[in-house]
Design a protein around this ligand. Structure first.
Ligand code: FAD
Length: 374
């Protein structure tokens, strides 16, 4: 008899959906609540590296996921003018027949994960959240924001950077922090040369080109934005071109095609890390709610997805809830801490214009570490 048979997942983003899938695959009953009344995600794509492809196989969604994604092998790091410094070969961690890495539009990823969640029988309610969590020795009584109630063996807070569940557990002890940088993104048609993830070391920030589909890729560039200024939409194209002003080569050519401010996706980077066990009693945080970091290593969602898979494994491996969550933390804490801290460090080095920083070494180390079993 499992200690946990019925779980509430709060948040229907990447981490919450993967948790719902992982738990349903293990036969655990799942209710999921999502704050947004319309279950959409914002545009642009996401890089998912070999460890994520491996976890998608464990979640049993790999075929549908790969159909919606652009599969690629290598990661290159290039100079500001586009000269290749290194091309790091991909690792096929899901098996030799599957690709090493993928680029996927956030919308396509959401479609695959949300449809699988519903098909596996999780009960999804939109447009609501939790109001209060009241725990006793046997379970958690939940009051939802629409006045309805439920009782669960475990509540999983997968509600992102501004997590309400984190507030219910820890008060205001952990608050998101602006790192000083922002990211700018823009979609382009994909040229044949961008058949892999191409990074470009810039004078002040880093740029990159990520393939998403046969005919689509996106560009990103990081920038230092002291004071986190507000950016009006009609200025975004001009401002993004300015952030790319030092680049030559392909990035320089593409820069001139950034003309539509409404197509620029601008995001200040905010981070939070819960530096103690991510649970109290029968309430656990996963994903960005516990460890939101910057995108410098392209692993934020990767860590949320790994959290979900490990949770499914530990909740069905015997013992009490306390023992299961302790084992979960033992497998997750140091790995996520490394990704969180290394990603923030890479951004800090860009802000400091520290060109002696060994970014290539960091990427190689990260790929080695994330290839290890979770
Ligand atoms: C610019 C940028 C680029 C990135 N690129 C990459 C990348 O290439 N690769 C990668 O692996 N990661 C990347 N990341 C990180 C990645 O986006 C996050 O780590 C990932 O989305 C975390 O998933 P999550 O489910 O924990 O949180 P979220 O995706 O934030 O999902 C949280 C969900 O909870 C819902 N919610 C919020 N509050 C409540 C509430 N009170 N009640 C109920 N529901 C609630 C939200 O509406 C949302 O649906 C990037 C991040 C940024 C900012």
């Amino acid at each position: 008899m499992n200690a946990v048979n019925k779980v509430l997942v709060v948040g229907g983003g990447i981490g919450g959906l993967c948790a719902a899938i992982a738990l349903r695959r293990k036969g655990i009953e799942v209710d999921l609540v999502e704050l947004k009344a319309e279950w959409t995600v914002y545009g642009v794509g996401i890089i998912q590296q070999s460890n994520v492809v491996r976890e998608m196989a464990k979640l049993g969604v790999l075929d549908g996921y790969l159909d919606a994604a652009f599969a690629f092998e290598d990661v290159s790091i290039n100079t500001t003018d586009g000269q290749q410094l290194v091309r790091i070969p991909g690792q096929r961690l899901a098996g030799p027949e599957y690709p090493a890495n993928v680029g996927i539009s956030r919308l396509a990823l959401h479609k695959v994960l949300s449809e699988t969640t519903v098909a596996l029988g999780a009960s999804v309610r939109l447009g609501l959240s939790v109001e209060t969590l009241t725990e006793d020795a046997q379970g958690v009584d939940v009051l939802f924001t629409d006045g309805s109630r439920g009782r669960y063996d475990l509540v999983v807070g997968a509600d992102g950077l501004f997590s309400k569940v984190r507030g219910l557990l820890f008060g205001d002890k952990y608050q998101p922090r602006f790192t000083g940088q922002s990211v700018w993104r823009y979609n382009f048609p994909r040229p044949a040369a961008i058949d892999h993830l191409a990074n470009y070391q810039g004078p002040a920030g880093n740029a990159g080109l990520v393939p998403l589909a046969d005919d689509l890729m996106y560009m990103f560039v990081t920038s230092h934005e002291p004071g986190n200024p507000w950016m009006a939409t009609d200025t975004l194209a001009d401002e993004m071109r300015k952030r790319l002003s030092g680049f030559g080569g392909l990035i320089g050519e593409l820069r001139e095609q950034i003309t539509d401010g409404s197509q620029v996706v601008y995001k200040p980077l905010e981070v939070v890390f819960v530096s103690e066990p991510w649970y109290r009693g029968r309430v656990l945080l996963i994903g960005d709610a516990a460890h939101a970091t910057t995108p410098h290593l392209g692993q934020g969602a990767g860590m949320a997805i790994e959290d979900a898979v490990v949770l499914g494994e530990e909740l069905t491996a015997g013992g009490s809830v306390e023992q299961q969550l302790e084992r979960f933390m033992a497998r997750r804490y140091e790995r996520c801490k490394y990704i969180s801290e290394s990603s923030v460090l890479a951004g800090d080095k860009e802000i400091a214009h520290d060109h002696s920083f060994d970014r290539i070494g960091l990427v190689v180390q990260m790929l080695k570490l994330t290839a290890e079993p979770v």
